[in-house]
Design a protein around this ligand. Structure first.
Ligand code: ZN
Length: 338
């Protein structure tokens, strides 16, 4: 049915093409909110309704108190540019959250994780390591004692140093490597000790491993790859929850440290070495030696693919890291010259 609407003062008059004429008081009619160019609906006092195309006249006829949100939504819908901006902002927010929010939440949770959970998670990693036939170090007792003493002197007084424990192991399958578990156990292989040309190089690598422990990278890394819902639950609730005990070991095993964590541990190591009167140059030399031994001599990065544990591929030597170490060493010698 086709109708014609007309306003007569405070009355809405409808004339149908059949000639039928009806009238209602304007105040008794409810009009649907304006939404872009969608049709408007008039609810009539007698329970009937009219659906009509939107027209600027309608809003002057019906002075309904329009809500701010409705007006805002309407404006958005009328402006494609605004819609695109809103979509872009949504994506940007999501990216920013993953980039900064998630690591922040992971750090906050990691700081609240009790040592007992760090220990039990690390035990799971140790159990997996046993498959690689890791044996106690074959080095002479005196040599081991000396490395242990050097390590203790290196980390003495550092944050969380009392939890740190150096484990010297013979691990042919792992090769020249060192790595830190979340509870402060730091492994170094005889194969790495053999490869290094000086203990200064070994201590530079151990300073880097200590950095992973100081900054809680093991837990943070595992938490960052844990579901955000679990993470938020942990933030709001109890960090020793059983869901954590189930989720963490799997992610601990499956992940290597992110590049961000590597450079954070590097920066810590450079600073520690300088404070101990050592030089980050030792770190650069050690990285180059490992890169050559791993046959990725161009030092362009790439991961040690041991095929067993992503955990062991945590320290890809890269040109950028070696250069950062040299810059740190030079900035120190520059200061000395003044
Ligand atoms: Zn590392």
């Amino acid at each position: 049915m086709c109708v014609r609407l007309r306003r007569l003062d405070a009355v809405l008059q409808m004339q149908a093409d059949s000639g039928e004429l009806r009238e209602w008081p304007l105040t008794g009619i409810r009009i649907s909110p304006r939404l872009a160019s969608t049709p408007r609906t008039l609810k009539l006092p007698d329970g009937g309704w009219l659906e009509i195309p939107d027209d600027p006249l309608l809003d002057s006829w019906f002075s309904r108190p329009s809500s701010r949100i409705e007006a805002w939504v309407d404006r958005l819908e009328r402006h494609r540019y605004a819609i695109l901006t809103a979509a872009f902002l949504t994506v940007a927010l999501a990216v920013a959250f993953i980039q900064y929010g998630l690591p922040w939440a992971a750090l906050k949770v990691a700081e609240r994780i009790p040592e007992s959970v760090e220990k039990s998670s690390s035990n799971q990693v140790v159990a997996a390591l046993e498959r690689l036939h890791i044996k106690p170090s074959a080095l002479p007792e005196a040599r081991q004692r000396q490395l242990q003493a050097d390590f203790r002197a290196l980390v003495a007084g550092e944050p969380r140093a009392e939890q740190m424990q150096l484990l010297l192991v013979d691990a042919e399958a792992v090769g020249p490597n060192a790595f830190a578990l979340p509870d402060g156990r730091i492994y170094m292989t005889d194969q790495l000790i053999e490869l290094a040309q000086s203990d200064d190089e070994l201590l530079a690598i151990l300073a880097h491993e200590a950095g992973h422990h100081v900054h809680r990278h093991g837990m943070r890394n595992a938490l960052e790859s844990t579901s955000i819902f679990l993470l938020v639950g942990l933030l709001l609730g109890d960090a020793s929850g059983s869901s954590l005990a189930v989720a963490l070991p799997a992610t601990l095993l499956g992940n290597s440290f992110s590049r961000g964590h590597e450079s954070e541990a590097d920066a810590y190591a450079f600073d520690l070495l300088l404070r101990r009167g050592r030089s980050p140059e030792d770190f650069a030399v050690a990285m180059e030696r490992i890169a050559t031994a791993m046959d990725i001599g161009d030092g362009q990065g790439g991961y040690l693919d041991d095929g067993v544990l992503g955990y062991l591929s945590s320290h890809p030597p890269s040109r950028a890291r070696i250069e950062a170490a040299r810059r740190a060493a030079q900035s120190k010698s520059g200061q000395d010259a003044h």
